[in-house]
Design a protein around this ligand. Structure first.
Ligand code: SF4
Ligand code: SF4
Length: 300
């Protein structure tokens, strides 16, 4: 697979450095860096079109804000790329209208906009899925007794935060691992934005933190804290219009954290619940509470 990276700013550099030093270097056929203070609206894109672009299969565009992202259709035509990953790390980076314009301009390639980059999973696309074998939504393998003994990164966040957190988990008591992992993730620091993202109701940095904690919980097979639905109290159906699902940041970013049951009530997946508590006041019946005890995280 031949990969071309378009990068801008500190966020772009972080991603490029990690990918290049963790197994992607032999696939990278080109790197184009754009200034990080380009105007949000650009009249004439042609003056920014890079020259002598290599042929490639996959383009990863990281850290570019605003109209400069519209260059992607010309770059795809020039390079013959079949797939594009355009991660979103800031709420103002690619507004909904611009995102649609980019999609409409790109009929000949698959494009995905993971928000954040570490939420990316397989897409049924040959090149994106090849990339996702190593980078994207974190997956860990953990050996532990009462304490964490060994952590292997099966798939890591493209910025390197998963590898950083994995090292910090060694020797941590298992019941503290998800919380310690969340703290260490924030120390890395993740460069995703702390501004509230109106599309999901949470910050993109928090969404990224939920993915790191989910990897730890899934690897251990349990969590010690989750939002839980009391099925005796939950009404579901038309009585409440499933308001909890309307506000859950994970659901709004494409995850299945709150799932509809056959009886129209809902279940919360304790592995992916970020314990943001946003759903709790929204439930008109008070059916959701935070439970702090060992809860199994069954494999789906
Ligand atoms: S606490 Fe509620 S809103 Fe937050 S992630 Fe969990 S299920 Fe979703
Ligand atoms: S938990 Fe509350 S908001 Fe969610 S489906 Fe049940 S009753 Fe409705």
């Amino acid at each position: 697979m031949r990969v071309l990276i378009l990068s801008s700013g500190e966020y772009g550099s972080r991603i490029v450095n990690h990918l290049a030093t963790h197994g992607l270097s032999s696939s990278i056929v080109g790197l184009e860096e754009f200034e990080d203070n380009l105007p949000e609206f650009i009249d004439d894109l042609t003056e920014y079109m890079p020259e002598n672009l290599p042929e490639c299969d996959l383009i990863i565009a990281v850290g570019l804000f605003g109209d400069i992202n519209l260059l992607i259709s010309s770059i795809v035509k020039e390079t013959g790329a079949k797939s594009v990953i355009m991660p979103i790390h800031h709420p103002q980076q690619i507004p909904a209208g611009l995102k649609q314009e980019i999609k409409d301009s790109l009929q000949e390639a698959t494009i995905v906009f993971p928000k954040p980059f570490c939420s990316l999973t397989s897409q049924g696309d040959r090149y994106i899925d090849k990339f996702v074998e190593k980078f994207g939504k974190p997956e860990l393998e953990i050996e532990a007794d009462e304490y964490i003994k060994k952590v292997q990164v099966k798939r890591g966040a493209p910025c390197g935060s998963t590898d950083f957190v994995a090292k910090k988990l060694l020797g941590v008591p298992v019941e503290e691992a998800e919380f310690e992992g969340g703290d260490k993730f924030h120390n890395y620091p993740c460069l995703a934005s702390m501004n509230k993202d109106s599309a999901t109701g949470d910050t993109i940095l928090h969404l990224a933190g939920y993915k790191t904690k989910e990897a730890i919980k899934r690897a251990l097979g349990f969590t010690y804290k989750s939002a839980v639905v009391d099925l005796e109290v939950c009404q579901g159906g038309e009585d409440c219009e499933h308001l909890c699902r309307e506000v859950c940041p994970n659901v709004l970013s494409g995850d299945s954290t709150i799932k509809l049951r056959d009886d129209e009530k809902v279940d919360i997946n304790p592995a992916s619940c970020g314990v943001c508590e946003i759903c709790i006041p929204e439930c008109p019946y008070g059916a959701i509470e935070i439970v702090e005890e060992k809860i199994s995280c069954k494999k789906e």
